[in-house]
Each structure stands twice: as C-alpha cells, then as structure tokens.
Design a protein around this ligand. Structure first.
Ligand SMILES: CSCCC(=O)C(=O)COP(=O)(O)O
Ligand SMILES: [Mg+2]
Length: 245
C-alpha cells in the first residue's frame, strides 16, 4: 500500500467500543440531571439545547413518530424533562447525529478536565502513529463524535496527549460517514488525491463509502466490534492485524 495520508475512525478502530459504551455513554446518562441543573441558563448550554431542539423538529417533520420535541416555552422542569427524554431516546438508538454528538462532547469536557474520564487508546496505535509520523505521513481523524469530543479523547488519553500527531479532525458536519461525498470533501479540504489516502474504520458501510470515493481502505477488526458481513467484503482489504499495514 502506498499512501501519504491516513484518516482514522475512533470507536472500534483506535478506541475500544467498550470505552464508549461502558464509560462515555453512561457518563452522559448518569450525569445529565446534575449537568442540566448546574448549567441551566448559561448561553453555552442554551446553544446546545437549541441544536437538539432543531434536530427534534427535523425528525418530527421527516415522520419519526418516536422523536421527542423540546419545547421552547414551559417551566425549567418541563423543558429539562423533554431534553432528558430526547437524549435518552437518541442514545438508546446510538444515533450518529450532530446535535446529540455535540451535546455529549459538551458534557465529556467536564469529565476529562476533572480527570474522571481518560480516553482509552489501543496499545498498538501509538507505535503506528510514530511510524507514520516519521515516514512523513499526515494523519487525520474522521469520527461521528464531535470534533471537540475527538480532541478530548486523544488529548486526554491513557497514552498521553496525542494531538501532536493529528493535522486535523472531521465530524459529520462534513457529511455522514456512510456517504462517499463526505470522503470526497475531506480529500478536497486537505488537498490530497483520494488515491493517496488510507482510511481505517470498523464500519463496513464507511469503508465502502471511502472506497467508492477512491480511498485506500483497511477494516479495523477489534475484539468486541460488530461482526463483519462477509458478503460485503469481496473487494475490500481485510486485515485482522490492521496495524501491520
Ligand atoms: C470521539 S467521541 C466518542 C465516540 C462516539 O461518540 C462516536 O460516535 C464514535 O463513532 P466513530 O465514528 O468514531 O466510530
Ligand atoms: Mg467506528
């Protein structure tokens, strides 16, 4: 494989899915009540609630009967109850939607700052980052987690601050990870030909989208990742030890 740029997924690739499901998500679910009470009325929180509200309206408009609307008017208790219901619903569905991901990132910021959270990074990632760096390759992250959340997970990781390795970060504001146009836009933004970029992810749909955009691709197969659908794997490089690339 000959490439000069690497784009990495986070969950299921450089970070165990268990860290996200068993640590990051419960941090949000368990701390939401207190977080809302602590920050209620702040301009920052209001802007994130507005994103959730707009998304909920879009969901309703697109016919999602289970969507939970967040009212603009009402007592703080009524509005908070709707926010909690909205977030619980979205998190149960593990939605990769910008408004939810932004809100999660906002809450995680406190956890990383206090030391309660520390990003879990697979041991084999560090030697690879070093190898790629010394070979002059540029490294980026593309994750459904918000860009601030990405910077936190690699900035406050159990392997130290890894931000020095990354030239940039992309989230779903550039487009969904399962759409090939997102990868085309990333290539344009970083000024590289897709054929010179290697994308690594655990998600076959993301891999297929990147491949369709002309990227080189490698699937990350980690313990605990969702089983890969072999029917969709025909012309996709499948390397169990993706760190051997
Ligand atoms: C980087 S934020 C924590 C992980 C997360 O919420 C997420 O959705 C990660 O998805 P990915 O695209 O990295 O598989
Ligand atoms: Mg992933």
């Amino acid at each position: 494989m000959d490439y000069d740029t690497v784009v990495l997924d986070i969950e299921g690739t450089i970070t165990p899915i268990t860290f996200v499901k068993d640590t990051l998500f419960p941090y949000v679910s368990n701390g939401l009540d207190a977080f809302l009470d602590r920050n209620w009325g702040s301009t920052e929180l209001d802007s994130y609630i507005e994103l959730l509200r707009e998304q909920a309206q879009k969901d309703v408009d697109s016919g999602m009967s289970e969507a939970v609307v967040i009212p603009k008017e009402g007592t703080p208790e009524e509005i908070k109850a709707a926010i909690k219901k909205n977030i619980a619903w979205q998190m149960a569905a593990d939605r990769k939607i910008g408004a939810l991901k932004a809100f999660q990132g906002l809450m995680w910021k406190d956890g990383y700052a206090s030391g309660e959270l520390r990003g879990e990074i697979y041991d084999d990632v560090i030697p690879l980052l070093k190898q790629w760096k010394s070979a002059g390759k540029d490294m980026y992250i593309y994750s459904s987690g918000s860009v601030p959340a990405q910077k936190l997970i690699v900035g406050y990781s159990d392997k130290g601050d890894l931000t020095e390795y990354f030239s940039g970060y992309f989230d779903t504001s550039i487009g969904l990870k399962v759409e090939s146009t997102s990868y085309e836009k990333i290539a344009q933004e970083i000024g590289k030909s897709p054929s010179r970029i290697l994308f690594v992810s655990d998600n076959i749909k993301e891999i297929q989208a990147a491949k369709q955009a002309g990227y080189q691709v490698v699937i990350s197969e980690r313990p605990g990742n969702a089983p890969l659908d072999s029917e969709n794997m025909n012309d996709i490089i499948h390397d169990i030890k993706w760190f051997n690339i």
